[in-house]
Structures are given as C-alpha cells and as structure tokens.
Design a protein around this ligand. Structure first.
Ligand code: GLN
Length: 522
C-alpha cells in the first residue's frame, strides 16, 4: 500500500503548493522511492478545460487528453511522473459524479449527504491504487475556503481509514515581513494551523514561505503554538528559480522528518540532478536569443511549458536562453534582426496569424534556426505553399473560407471530449528515415501530445516535397502530417504536436535541445 502526503495551504493563495509538493516528491525520489501525484481543486468547474486561459494561464494536456491547469505540468517535469484525468479532480467533478449516481438510483433512495456520499467519492479518487511507494495529494485553495471544507474532512477520514502513521499532513503558510518593525510575523501561521485543527487535522510539518530563513527562536515559537518540534518548521524561502526549492528543503533535513514520521531509515539522497541546475543558473554562460512570435504575452504563464522547455534545452546546451517576445500582430522583419532562432508557438484564431506566416517566411529565407509548434507548423506550411510552391491563396480554413485549404479539419479527430473536435492527448507519429526528425529523436516512432482542431492536408505532400519541404513525421495510418522540415535549411523543423509538454529539466526534450543547439551555433 502507498503512503500518503497531503499538502494544504493557508493564509493566502499562490504560495507555491504545487512546487512544494513536487519538491517533497523529489526528495523521496532522490532516496529511490517512487512517487505519484494527485491534485484536488475544490472549485465547482467540472474540469479545467473550460476555464479561461486568460485567468489560469496555459492549458496543460496529459497523455490521455485531459485538459488541465499548469500545475500538473510542474509535477510531470519535476518528477517525471505521467499523470492522467484521474489525477486532477475538481469539486465540480465530485458533485457531478455524486449527483449522477443519485439520478441513476445508485444510492437506493438513501438521503444523499456531504458525509458520507461526497466524502466517500473524494476518498475513492484519493485512494485509487497506484504502484508507487508514495502518493502526494495537493489540496487546492486555502484552508478556510468554504468549498474546501469537505475535502479537508475527506483527508481527515482517509488518514483515519489507512492509519495515521501512513499519512503525513504538510501545511504551507506565509510569514509576512513587516519592514517598519523589521519583524517576521508568525501569527498568520498560528491561525492557519489552528484553522486546520478545527477540521481535525494536525499538521505534521509546516513550510513557511518567507523572504529570509526563520531563526531558531521563530521556529520554536511557531512549533510551540502548533504542537510541533521546531525541526518540523521549515522555511520555504523565496528563490529565483523553482528548481532550487528541493535543495532548500534538503538543507533543512525534510527527508529525515518524513522518514521519522513514516518509520523509514534516514538515508542520504542523491541530489546531483538538482545541483547541476543550481550550478547552471549561476554559471557565466553565453546567451542565445530566441524570438517567440506569439500573441498571448499579456497573460501570465500562457506559454509556461514552452518557456520551461527552452530553459531545459539551455541547460543541456550550456547556454542561457533569452526569450524575445515578438508580438505577431505587429510583426516586422526588424524584430528578427537580433535573434538566434525563431519559434512560433501554438495559437487559436485569426489575430496575429499574418505576422506568424511572415515570421516563418523570414526564418526560411534568412536561414535562421526555426521551430514551429502546432499552429507554428501550420503557418510554416502556409508560407511555403504561398511563397515557394506558388499557391497564392493557400491558407487554413480556420482563417479563410475561400482559400486553397492546405490546412483544414480532417474527419475522425473527434475525441468526444468537452473540447469538441479538438485532437487531444498523446498520439503516435512515425518518423521518416534519413530526416532531421530521425536524427533528433533517434527513433522510428514517437509519441507526442496534441491539442488542435486543424491538420495539414496530406494531399499537398507531393507539391511540398517537390519544392523542398518534406513531411518527416506522419500518423501511422499515413493520413495526418505530424512533422515538416526543409532539408536545405540550416535548421527548420515543425511539429503538429506540443513537444513542450514532455520536456523536463534533467534531460530536456530532443526537439528543443536540437533547436537551441542550432541557435547557439548561429
Ligand atoms: N488553431 C490551430 C488548430 O486548432 C492550432 C492550435 C494550436 O496551435 N494548439 O489546429
């Protein structure tokens, strides 16, 4: 049976629960333990797919095609775990399940109540078996939120069900610094822990977010008020890069606290993977500049996974990657004068698409390393059809109803999910031999995640290839172009999928690694 760690937060939201939870997982993994992660969000949306990216940042996609918020991306990147729709569960989904069961008559006429029906449903998701040593569950929101109460009740019960020693409660709080008195204030932390106690949950360790390390006196004081030894009060220091957090925890012996709680040996861990990132961050390395021609720059975190993937590829190539945000709506070739590579990310709708087509053309003509992602591949094909093959009205039916539709909606991509006709999740792609794609991936078949509606029409394969753009990745049935490239170009490659969702800081992703290598070379 797996052991469980529940991560809750108090005082304010956005304390970085996800990063803290992932960091605990990293400490466990560094000792050879296996880890799975689940996230519970008490809000009432049934799934995050319908939530506005304007409010929530990037829509992250799991292998099984679940559209989720970007926290799941942290877990996959940090811990190398593969998550699915059952690992991201909202309050709305729980109530939806319970009410549907009630309508079907599953409860045989019993009075349906928060306890036990809703709590049992939550516990069912928490307790779904995994083959890992540990399951870390993040409970979204802040202790005291009305919709979170039933989730706290469920984890209280769950600990009682499987045995208190098999469950650890980690609680994140904030110690604000008052500049005028020069003090770090511990009262909000005390109040938050007490609030948690009202739900019957005694926190086993506290992670106190603070601009500086807590002193021993401060830790002892918090511990005294919160029924904990001072050692279990950890400073979650503000750092400039999230990958430093596991090292901050390691230096405060967080693994030993977990080991003592679960009755495991306090063995040393191998932190070299994370130390390498820490060193990279402070190393004086050359910088390469990637022009990202996009349009969601005013939304924080809209390109989260993409920024991460570029950062990861920088680590692999010993170069610092600077992202130059180029607004596709006002694209001018001058924007690309000082860049070492051009990247066109995904996008929906007509706004900015002309600029993206022009940027793809600029990279093609000026032999600038180019990578296109999803829409980025579609615009690369449109530019090529228009300006090399000579089909002036080549376009996507997403942008024009009267064009030559080199990009359009193909049949049978409907996954039946909320996203309508989006092709969502992981699909296999066959790699064509003797291509850049094959050199990059070193494999005959790959699997990458998708989130798009339109496809390049295979009908134009001959026209493209005769003129110098080849299809180097294709769906196993031979119908859907998945990758294109221009062999005569220094580095020009694009994919219909989102490779950024599978990048991680320890190995990077082959496509991004190769792109940054080419940009560094330039
Ligand atoms: N708008 C395009 C489509 O739906 C591209 C989507 C994307 O870039 N993710 O196919």
């Amino acid at each position: 049976m797996s052991r469980y760690i529940f991560v809750t937060g108090g005082v304010v939201s956005s304390l970085g629960k996800g990063v803290s939870a992932a960091s605990l997982g990293a400490l466990l993994q560094s000792r050879g333990y296996t880890v799975h992660v689940r996230k519970f969000d008490p809000y009432l949306n049934v799934d995050p797919g319908t939530m506005s990216p304007l409010q929530h940042g990037e829509v992250y996609v799991t292998n099984d095609g679940f559209e989720t918020d970007l926290d799941l991306g942290y877990y996959e990147r940090f811990l190398g775990v593969k998550l699915s729709r059952n690992d991201s569960v909202s309050g709305g989904r729980i109530y939806w399940d319970v009410l549907n069961a009630e309508r079907r008559g599953d409860y045989l006429g019993a009075t349906v109540q928060m306890i036990p029906h809703v709590t049992n449903k939550i516990k069912e998701y928490i307790g779904r078996p995994t083959d890992t040593d540990f399951v870390i569950c993040e409970i979204g929101g802040t202790v005291g939120d009305i919709e979170g109460t039933v989730f706290l009740e469920s984890i209280r019960q769950f600990a009682n069900d499987i045995g208190r020693r098999n469950v650890m409660f980690a609680h994140l709080t904030l110690a604000p610094f008052l500049a005028q008195s020069g003090e770090l204030k511990t009262k909000p932390t005390q109040m938050s822990v007490r609030r948690l106690l009202e739900s019957g949950i005694q926190a086993d360790m506290l992670f106190v977010r603070s601009p500086r390390m807590l002193t021993d006196d401060e830790r002892a004081k918090i511990g005294m008020f919160c029924n904990l030894p001072a050692n279990n009060i950890i400073t979650s220091m503000d750092v400039d890069n999230i990958y430093k957090i596991p090292l901050v925890y390691e230096s405060q012996k967080v693994f030993d606290i977990m080991a003592a709680h679960f009755g495991l040996p306090a063995i040393a861990g191998d932190m070299t993977k994370l130390q390498r990132i820490e060193k990279y961050l402070s190393d004086d390395l050359p910088t390469c500049t990637i022009g990202m021609v996009g349009k969601y720059f005013d939304v924080p975190d809209a390109y989260k996974s993409l920024n991460e993937a570029l950062f990861h590829a920088g680590i692999q190539n010993n170069v610092h990657v600077k992202i130059k945000k180029i607004n596709a709506e006002h694209f001018s070739p001058d924007d690309c004068k000082d860049v070492d590579g051009i990247l066109i990310p995904s996008g929906f709708g007509t706004r900015g698409v002309d600029g993206k087509i022009a940027a793809a053309g600029y990279a093609r003509e000026h032999n600038i390393p180019f990578m296109g992602i999803c829409l980025g591949m579609q615009v690369a094909v449109i530019d090529f059809m228009r300006n090399v093959v000579g089909v002036a009205d080549a376009d996507s039916t997403e942008f024009s109803k009267t064009c030559t539709p080199v990009v359009g909606i193909m049949s049978d991509c409907d996954t039946g999910e909320m996203g309508g006709t989006l092709r969502l999740g992981a699909y296999p792609c066959n790699i064509v031999p003797n291509t850049l794609a094959e050199k990059i991936y070193g494999a005959g078949q790959i699997s990458e995640r998708h989130r798009h509606r339109y496809e390049v029409d295979i009908k134009y394969k001959d026209a493209l290839e005769k003129n110098g753009m080849i299809i180097s990745g294709i769906s196993p049935d031979g119908k859907l172009p998945e990758m294109v490239e221009i062999p005569s170009h220094k580095f020009f490659i694009a994919g219909q999928f989102h490779p950024e969702f599978q990048s991680n800081p320890f190995t990077g992703h082959p496509m991004f690694n190769a792109f940054i290598a080419a940009a560094k070379d330039k």
